[in-house]
Design a protein around this ligand. Sequence first.
Ligand SMILES: *Cc1c(COP(=O)(O)O)cnc(C)c1O
Length: 461
Amino acid sequence: MPRYGMPEESRAKEVVYQMISDELMLDGNPRLNLASFVTTWMEPECNQLILHSINKNFVDANEYPITTDLHNRCVNMIARLFNAPLGDLEDAVGVGTIGSSEAIMLAGLAFKRRWQDKMKAQNKPYDKPNIVTGSNVQVCWRKFAKYFEIELKEVKLGDGNYVMDPEQAVEMVDENTICVAAILGSTLNGEFEDVRLLNERLVKKNEKTGWGTEIHVDAASGGFIAPFLYPDLEWDFRLPLVKSINVSGHKYGLVYAGVGWVVWRSKDHLPQDFAFHINYLGADQLTFTLNFSKSSSQIIAQYYQLVRLGFQGYRSIMKNCQENAMALKEALERTGRFDIVSKDNGVPLVAFSLKDRRRHDEFEVSERLRRFGWIVPAYTMPPDAQHVTVLRAVVRCDFSRPLAEKLVDDIQAVLQELDALPSRCPPAAGTNNGSGGKENGVVKKGGCFSVNSIGGRSNLL
Ligand SMILES: *Cc1c(COP(=O)(O)O)cnc(C)c1O
């Protein structure tokens, strides 16, 4: 098969199909990829809808008015799920995106522009915008800050404290802060940040300073969990300073990769010249995206899930995920070998660290689990908790109880293997104690078992 240069001649479709399928067998099994929050299973009926609409470019709104309407219905349902005020005066607006990353860029840009307009109107300098977040932010926030020239002011984490502290965040707010970004469901340990407390403290600070700093909630995972599992938790538009929220349709929205959503509390929170309006079907169609063309499939699939499952369906799936996460957590605790770093309330996942890492570390556990087919990433926490390494298993709807039980069995098998091995860093590094550099098939580098990037940071999605 040609690798880097395009071949001169065409080849038979059966041959190309077979060769590519064969190569792809060596990819990991998505269903066993516990590194990712992104959906890996949908019903066959929905798969069919996806296939049928894969040739529809979503941007052709005039040609595909029904698809556009399904998009608008999704925005409506999600806005209501987040308790958006939908009265005569305040009308929420929203848009489908490729994922939360695009949604966050859009929301962040809206905050930046509105802050600039405010500063200009007051004849103040507007060239040094900043945004306040926790160090636990997902990488797309770092991209947003870098690409759009905004200083990222991070609230540092600490031992046993892996999300943004609202008090410290509010302290870091200054006149150049475009917004504070809170995370509902930290990527690192699934924990929800205290948006209610953040709102309360920020209201007080705004009263004193008059800066009017507002909040964006990154609810990439939590946006489809909290409304079902924790309906009384106030994190959304019920809090007055929350002006926009993003969610990944392709995470707990239960659609395959390629869909996210952003909702603004009202039209006024979008700079006028940012939104492009298309008028048709008697409705004002808002288009505010970074890219132009994309498939309609994921949007149609999102509508399918919202309608097929309904509130009850989503709730029972999230409850099931939560129960499986608890079963996994308890089984891991029973091994006596791990500290649990995730919270019981939050995104259904289990983040755990080895109690004793003098002889072996989490990266070795991750690497050895790969042999059983499991993809469980190991990573270090951001500052100032970088000395903490965790393994993380995300529980999705297609991860059943028997699989959770099997995972624990396999983790125990890995621990037994590791216990039987010499320590990963013997005192005399560089010697290979006569085993020819190999011990049970594990290649040693300079006396240490090699730990490569499998399950490393790069797998943290
Ligand atoms: C996954 C995630 C993102 C990025 O979302 P995509 O939909 O993958 O672009 C942003 N923030 C948080 C908290 C996430 O978990």
